[in-house]
Design a protein around this ligand. Structure first.
Ligand SMILES: [Zn+2]
Ligand SMILES: [Zn+2]
Length: 271
């Protein structure tokens, strides 16, 4: 299983030099496994992954959406494969939005007032499949997914991807309650080889942002230790943290637990 980070930032892109060591693009993670391409989230890193997939000739893609906040969708309209006939994008997301379907959510992002090309004029085939957070399903033979609902405004989904005897967990955009670890998340993280976790704030900043739906490295490390996970990639950095500040948080996290490290745009990990 090969994992590559194309966007590690939360909330908004940060296109300034003092953000570019960790990276300025928002949430997008590529997983290549058993000859398939699986993508977590469509943040502003996605268009660059799209260009790479075109070069590689990849025609079929699975896109797993944690939720539809803008930092997780900003790259979708500029993901070239959606415009090219012969490409198939299988989009899966939890139905957290009442009667709104996944197709409705994508149509909204492409409505005429917001984007020049609309959903019905895309060249590719888009297959949208909704599920309920908590469901499990197979993406293909040998690639199993488990999901869980995270504590985030309008809901968000954590994904556990199991393949070739390895376990990757993508759990971003979640707000923890001090002293009340998310038991469903611990279950999803159980014995994971790598957990990608929401490390938006420092513990000092957290009280100012109650209700915003984010977490800290401290909680991530606790959850990983309780779940016996092997490593944690810090992810979804605050746009208020430049490289020096993220580096300081990464050092703190690493001194607390050797399994923690800061995800960087362009970083590749093989499990
Ligand atoms: Zn986010
Ligand atoms: Zn969000």
């Amino acid at each position: 299983m090969r994992i590559k980070f194309w966007g590690v930032r939360g909330s908004i892109t940060c296109a300034y030099p003092d953000f570019l060591d960790y990276g300025g693009n928002t949430a997008c993670v590529e997983v290549e496994v058993l000859g398939r391409t699986v993508i977590f989230d469509a943040g502003s890193g996605l268009p660059w992954l799209g260009n790479e997939l075109l070069k590689r000739g990849v025609k079929e893609i699975v896109l797993l959406m944690s939720h539809f906040h803008q930092d997780h969708t900003a790259g979708f309209n500029y993901f070239k494969p959606i415009y090219i006939p012969g490409h198939t994008i299988n989009i899966k997301a939890a139905l957290n939005y009442g009667g709104t379907t996944i197709e409705d959510m994508i149509r909204r992002h492409m409505q005429a007032e917001l984007h020049p090309v609309q959903y019905d004029n895309l060249g590719s085939t888009l297959n949208c499949t909704g599920f309920q957070a908590g469901d499990s399903f197979d993406l293909a033979e040998g690639i199993h997914i488990k999901t869980s609902m995270l504590a985030h405004p309008s809901g968000c989904t954590a994904f556990r991807l199991e393949a070739e005897g390895k376990v990757l967990v993508y759990a971003t955009d979640t707000e923890h309650k001090a002293g009340e670890p998310d038991q469903a998340l611990i279950e999803i993280m159980k014995d994971a080889d790598l957990v990608i976790y929401d490390c938006t704030y420092s513990e000092q900043e957290l009280p100012q942002y109650e209700g915003w739906g984010h977490s800290t490295w401290n909680e991530g490390v606790k959850l990983c230790q309780m779940a016996n996970a092997k490593r944690m990639a810090m992810f979804h950095y605050s746009p208020d943290h430049n490289d020096d500040q993220v580096r300081a948080l990464e050092h703190e996290a690493q001194s607390a637990w050797a399994g923690a490290f800061g995800a960087k745009e362009g970083m590749e990990i093989i499990l």
